[in-house]
Ligand binder design. Structure first.
Ligand SMILES: *[C@@H]1O[C@H](CO)[C@@H](O)[C@H](O)[C@H]1NC(C)=O
Ligand SMILES: *[C@@H]1O[C@H](CO)[C@@H](O)[C@H](O)[C@H]1NC(C)=O
Ligand SMILES: *[C@@H]1O[C@H](CO)[C@@H](O)[C@H](O)[C@H]1NC(C)=O
Ligand SMILES: *[C@@H]1O[C@H](CO)[C@@H](O)[C@H](O)[C@H]1NC(C)=O
Ligand SMILES: *[C@@H]1O[C@H](CO)[C@@H](O)[C@H](O)[C@H]1NC(C)=O
Ligand SMILES: *[C@@H]1O[C@H](CO)[C@@H](O)[C@H](O)[C@H]1NC(C)=O
Length: 406
């Protein structure tokens, strides 16, 4: 356990490299900053070896894992379960490679401790609504947002995401979550998608008296044509769903009618069927989605798009119109406005991806506020029933939101 209590001075600089997952690089610099945004707490890994006999294993057959920091005071019976992100694997080769991923995205043998920050921080000033809850960081180790149930004996690849999800939730129930008054499942990116796809499943594991909600950060991937006029990303999702045997574990109300069924990997087709309250944190100009869904670097993507993706100030007027079109489609694919208790939203125009774990985006940098509200306040209010929240940035051009001085 490590507490950084130094009042550090922080600067930051945005790299507009939209094809990379990480868009924010924090540099230490001699400038005063009121809140210690560099604070973190290192939390050890907890393995679930008993899950292995039930076939609930990571891609390489190793046990599933999570990190837990126990709740205290009036948070002792409240649970925040946050699922890690990290893309997906759609071919045998990519999944084999994933078992060796240095962050442990396919194997708990490689996983290390985790620094808790942002919505996972245990500091009241930095995380006023969740700091004293039981906070769990679920390690993503299956490569299909915890939906798979298949096995490749030749390559010894275990596509068991759906079982891993159940095993982790059951383990947490035994550690006190079965007595939860409140339970919120969240996640970022592929983990945010997992929180959506597994939202009602999570609900079903908890007692009826528990107030259960779901929230997705940067997990609302859009089914949309790319700049080639094709659905290349939908083909990628189709390969993931087939390889992992995920169809049976996608929400049934969607797969009953949707064709192809793999489209039920998309939030916009699943969310209308979800019965549990859901909150969406996302940018309508999600940096990952622009780089990988709208303008993927395949089939000789024009250099002008590579430049525009990397630095939106270089985009031509035509490209700006295409970006705006993406935003319009994104907003159009969101749940209908009106019931902000059932479907909360915090939708920015920031060139960002996965924000809730970054202290600056979560509540510290004013540039990430919408209508002068922080993400922390929006999700905190909504989760605790203080207000219904549907906030969408009116700004219709992509923007760099980091304003923390260099
Ligand atoms: C394998 O994974 C590494 C990162 O862990 C990546 O850089 C590399 O491109 C991957 N190779 C293939 C064939 O997917
Ligand atoms: C936690 O953050 C500190 C400071 O940035 C870093 O030195 C350390 O390696 C991090 N630990 C983990 C487990 O990521
Ligand atoms: C739930 O609460 C009851 C009553 O306080 C207690 O006996 C039980 O052990 C708790 N269950 C867990 C899993 O902590
Ligand atoms: C990306 O943009 C940065 C400035 O934002 C620039 O320094 C860099 O050269 C660009 N890279 C490419 C590959 O265009
Ligand atoms: C919001 O939706 C929920 C679930 O459908 C419903 O129970 C509730 O009455 C709705 N509230 C409003 C104000 O429409
Ligand atoms: C959160 O709730 C407080 C107190 O009810 C209220 O003043 C504030 O405006 C709310 N913020 C949001 C984003 O709804």
């Amino acid at each position: 356990m490590l507490h950084s209590s130094r009042t550090m001075v922080v600067g930051a600089r945005m790299y507009a490299r939209l094809y990379t997952l990480v868009t924010v690089l924090i540099l230490l610099a001699p400038v005063g900053f009121a809140v210690d945004v560099t604070y973190f707490k290192t939390v050890d890994l907890t393995l679930i070896p008993s899950a292995v006999k039930n076939g609930a294993v990571c891609l390489d057959g190793s046990p599933p894992a999570y990190h837990i920091d126990r709740g205290v005071g009036d948070g002792a019976h409240k649970w925040l379960v946050h699922i890690e992100g990290g893309g997906w694997c759609d071919t045998t080769e990519n999944c084999l490679n994933r078992t060796k991923n240095i962050f442990g995205l396919g194997s708990s043998k490689i996983m290390q401790a985790k620094n808790f920050t942002g919505l996972l921080a245990d500091n009241q000033q930095l995380n006023p609504d969740f700091y004293n809850w039981n906070r769990v960081f679920v390690r993503y180790c299956d490569g299909a947002s915890f939906t798979g149930n298949s096995f490749d004996p030749v390559n010894q690849l275990h596509y068991k995401g759906a079982k891993v999800f159940s095993a982790i939730v059951k383990d947490l129930l035994g550690k006190g979550m079965s007595n939860a008054t409140n339970a919120l499942i969240t996640g970022c990116s592929a983990g945010g998608l997992s929180a959506i796809l597994n939202c009602d499943k999570f609900r079903s594991f908890l007692p009826t008296h528990t107030n259960v909600k779901c929230a997705s950060d940067a997990g609302y991937f859009l089914h949309v044509k790319d700049v080639f006029g094709e659905y290349n990303y939908a083909n990628f999702y189709d390969r993931i769903v087939k390889l992992h045997g995920s169809t049976k574990n996608l929400p049934r109300a969607c797969t009953a009618t949707m064709r192809p069924r793999s489209l039920c990997f998309y939030p916009q087709y699943v969310v209308p069927h979800i019965e549990t309250p859901l909150f969406l944190i996302n940018s309508a100009y999600d940096a990952y989605q622009i780089g990988f869904i709208l303008a993927p670097s395949i089939n000789n993507l024009p250099q002008s798009w590579e430049r525009c993706k990397n630095d939106t100030t270089t985009c031509s007027q035509d490209q700006v119109e295409i970006l705006k079109g993406f935003r319009s489609e994104f907003l159009g694919a969101l749940p209908k406005l009106g019931n902000g208790t059932f479907r909360g939203m915090f939708i920015s125009s920031c060139l960002a991806h996965c924000q809730s774990q970054l202290q600056l985006n979560w509540d510290s940098d004013p540039g990430f506020r919408l209508k002068d509200k922080t993400m922390a306040e929006a999700l905190g209010n909504w989760t605790n029933g203080r207000s219904s929240v549907q906030i969408i940035d009116d700004n219709d051009v992509p923007k760099i939101c980091l304003t923390t001085p260099l």
